[in-house]
Design a protein around this ligand. Structure first.
Ligand SMILES: Cc1cc2nc3c(=O)[nH]c(=O)nc-3n(C[C@H](O)[C@H](O)[C@H](O)COP(=O)(O)O)c2cc1C
Length: 323
């Protein structure tokens, strides 16, 4: 396939694996890139810039295809060593960075000087337009359906994507709710140049997470996610479980008095317990509504080949026959 995204990143298929905490290690990133998509290592899952340096080197040993690194700019008091992470990215010759969270503007000059292409992930048209204005090369537009942080505007992709197409000049990919060939064709029709998937890629053979996580996604339906932390304006879409129920009860009972300290038990230090130990009730973890469309655990190559060949069939047979 050829779109502005395949051209920009030098990849075969316009399919990106979004950064995912405790999921986006070298195993997954290299498998996605090796299968023709764009795999992404999640920078902040690696505790230090030295750890990221090692992870990038590991990924390079596993694939000779381009891959990227996600840098999530968190609203935390003590900032991670972003300059250190960026140095590890540049020193290792990684040419693609996915930014997310806060405005990446302070870090763009050093990335651009090193020839790094930046795709910024955001959840609103105004932030996408801002990303274009400050010099990002592409945008990942994350709809309300998405796993992780959908923002506070609650605009689903059916409206968000064509609105983004109306406003943007740079290429963008559709993110949130993308799972299969139908998603890809719909995203292209709505004006995107490709798709970004999170939840779907967790349920793949190569994703280095506990089998319980993959099974939980396959078993979940489209109504099984919940929005938590909305009162803190840090909304996260998570899979429903005992911890999500408890957290939502706290939100309801504490109302506007809720603070982060009240919910630490459900949200802090959860990812290694869920993703590595398979302890599914240890807290809340991001998951998209798209879990309802995930019915199997293929290899990344099987998944990507299937998406692209079925997309061709949809376009050539189903759609063309309607004309
Ligand atoms: C378990 C999980 C962890 C995630 N962690 C991050 C993260 O650390 N940084 C980030 O920018 N996005 C993160 N995301 C968001 C994904 O990169 C992607 O934007 C999102 O999953 C797309 O929606 P989908 O799940 O419907 O495909 C995470 C998503 C999931 C499911």
């Amino acid at each position: 396939m050829k779109t502005r995204i395949t051209e920009l990143f030098g990849i075969k298929y316009p399919i990106i694996q979004g950064g995912m905490h405790y999921v986006g290690f070298a195993e997954l990133a290299s498998a996605v890139s090796g299968a023709g998509g764009l795999g992404i290592i999640t920078g902040l899952t690696l505790k230090t810039p030295q750890d990221l340096d090692r992870e990038i080197k590991r990924c390079k040993e596993m694939t000779d295809q381009p891959f990227g690194v996600n840098l999530t700019f968190l609203p935390t008091v003590t900032s991670p060593d972003y300059p250190g992470y960026i140095k590890a990215i540049i020193d290792n010759g990684v040419k693609i960075v996915e930014t997310a969270g806060r405005n990446p503007e302070p870090y763009l000059p050093v990335l651009k000087d090193a020839g790094v292409k930046v795709i910024h992930k955001c959840t609103s048209v105004r932030h996408a337009v801002k990303a274009e204005k400050i010099g990002c090369d592409a945008v990942s537009v994350d709809g309300f359906e998405c796993g992780g942080h959908p923002g506070e505007d609650d605009i689903p992709n059916m409206v968000l994507l064509p609105r983004a197409a109306e406003e943007l000049t740079i290429p963008f990919v559709a993110s949130g709710g993308m799972a299969d060939a139908r998603s890809l064709v719909a995203a292209l029709a709505l004006g995107a140049d490709g798709i970004n998937m999170g939840t779907r890629f967790i349920a793949t053979r190569e994703a280095p997470v506990h089998e319980n996580v993959k099974k939980a996604i396959v078993n979940a339906g489209e109504t099984d996610t919940r929005l938590v932390m909305r009162p803190l304006r840090n909304t996260e879409r998570v899979l429903n479980n005992a911890a999500a129920k408890k957290l939502l009860e706290k939100e309801a009972s504490l109302g506007s008095n809720l603070t982060f300290e009240d919910i630490m038990e459900e949200v802090v230090g959860v990812y290694p317990k869920v993703m590595q130990d398979g302890d599914m009730e240890s807290g809340v973890w991001s998951c998209g509504m798209v879990a309802g469309l995930v019915h199997d655990i293929p290899t990344c190559k099987e998944l990507l080949d299937r998406i692209v060949s079925e997309a061709r069939q949809i376009i050539e047979n189903r759609l063309t026959a309607m004309l």
